[in-house]
Design a binder for this molecule. Structure first.
Ligand SMILES: Cc1ncc(COP(=O)(O)O)c(C=O)c1O
Length: 369
């Protein structure tokens, strides 16, 4: 059954810019150049300017962006990297792929993001980096994280996969650490027509290392300088992203209006806890998440009413089979585990109608008790 209110609707965004998007794709098809060409150069320039940094390096996915940013920052086997206990598992996988060991720190219940008060205690002689995640599109509390990172000589790699355009104390994410990783998975605030990612940074040497790492470690076609991978942002994706980028702020503003509407409609609703936006944060509402008891039953009731919801994420990484059974078990990160049990993502995309938003809020309240 097609839901009356889908969780996301990518067609709606694409319909708005059909001509621009079609022209961008057609241009690449006609050009005969599909990798590492002018479309990528242009998008890298545009996205770096958007984030307020000097360099952007397009890669194949958000997972690759985190892994390669860590490697370019010198992180490798024997190192530890601090990650939030609550995030999409890709944040942790990227650390493992870089050959390092993820060291989780629990998150703050109100923000879903890394709790800076717990950071120092997790830092040891092997700690090389910290990866704050701007989960749901809300920036992590970067100032205290930066202070501790600087004191211990840690690299900061932002995981901005869900936060294109978000601001922390007036500054755009993407330029708040040594490097930042973005995902352009199709449903992200800025999404490609397939997989894609990028790293932004002000550090020219780090950007140069990333350009090598994404392309077999090769500067020329003759020889490889380092253990690179094949992780490039294709021309067709770069062209589509460049066509969408001028619309990102408008789409983020639409998300913010819908979030304000949800917040007003759900204020005081029994048993529904809503996001508490920090005064230093300008979130971009990749997800609109509430916390409710009996989450699965309520999601089923909403589905029966034609409303599609999501759960981001039902299992925290330390309890996923890939990491569980080793160092960590149930009870180790209580906030992450509590959030995983109660989190529910409501429909959120720029073209969601205000009346649909109201209907979702009314239906959610109706599922109580
Ligand atoms: C927080 C976070 N980190 C990393 C990723 C990985 O990005 P990708 O799916 O492009 O590999 C995602 C998205 O999927 C994400 O939401």
């Amino acid at each position: 059954m097609t839901p009356d209110v889908p969780f996301v609707d990518l067609d709606a965004a694409h319909a708005e810019i059909e001509a621009e998007l079609g022209a961008a794709v057609g241009r690449v098809v006609a050009s005969g150049r599909y990798l590492l060409g002018p479309e990528l150069e242009r998008f890298e320039r545009d996205f770096a300017a958007y984030c307020g940094v000097a360099h952007c390096v397009g890669v194949g996915s958000g997972l690759s962006a985190i892994e390669l940013a860590l490697r370019a920052a010198g992180v490798g086997p024997g190192d530890e990297v601090i990650v939030p206990a609550y995030t999409f598992v890709a944040t942790w996988l990227a650390v493992s792929r870089a050959g390092a060991r993820p060291v989780p720190v629990d998150v703050r219940e109100q923000t879903y993001n890394l709790d800076p008060d717990l950071l120092e205690a997790a830092t040891g002689p092997r700690t090389a980096a910290v990866v704050p995640v701007h989960l749901r599109g809300e920036p992590a509390d970067m100032e205290p994280i930066e202070a501790i990172a600087r004191r211990h000589g840690l690299a900061i790699v932002e995981d901005a996969a869900q936060a294109h355009g978000a601001r922390y104390r007036g500054r755009r994410v993407g330029g708040l650490g040594d490097a930042a990783a973005f995902s352009f998975y199709p449903s992200k605030n800025l999404g490609a027509l397939g997989d894609g990612g990028a790293v932004t940074t002000d550090d020219a040497e780090l950007a140069d290392r990333l350009r090598l790492l994404r392309n077999y470690g090769m500067r020329s076609r003759r020889e490889s300088e380092t253990f690179g991978v094949n992780s490039r942002l294709a021309e067709i994706q770069a062209a589509a992203l460049a066509a969408k980028l001028p619309h990102l702020d408008r789409w983020n503003e639409a998300r913010a209006r819908l979030a304000a509407r949800y917040l007003a409609a759900l204020e005081g609703a029994a048993g529904v806890s809503t996001p508490l936006v920090q005064d230093w944060a300008e979130p971009v509402w990749h997800l609109f998440v509430v916390n409710v008891a009996e989450r699965d039953a309520r999601a089923e009731a909403l589905a029966a009413a034609g409303i599609q919801t999501g759960v981001h994420y039902p299992v925290p990484p330390h309890l996923s089979p890939v990491y569980a059974g080793g160092e960590w078990g149930p009870g180790d990160f209580p906030v992450a585990e509590r959030l995983a049990a109660t989190t529910l993502s409501l429909p959120m995309y720029p073209q969601l109608e205000p009346a649909q938003c109201d209907a979702v809020a009314t239906a959610l309240v109706g599922t109580a008790g």
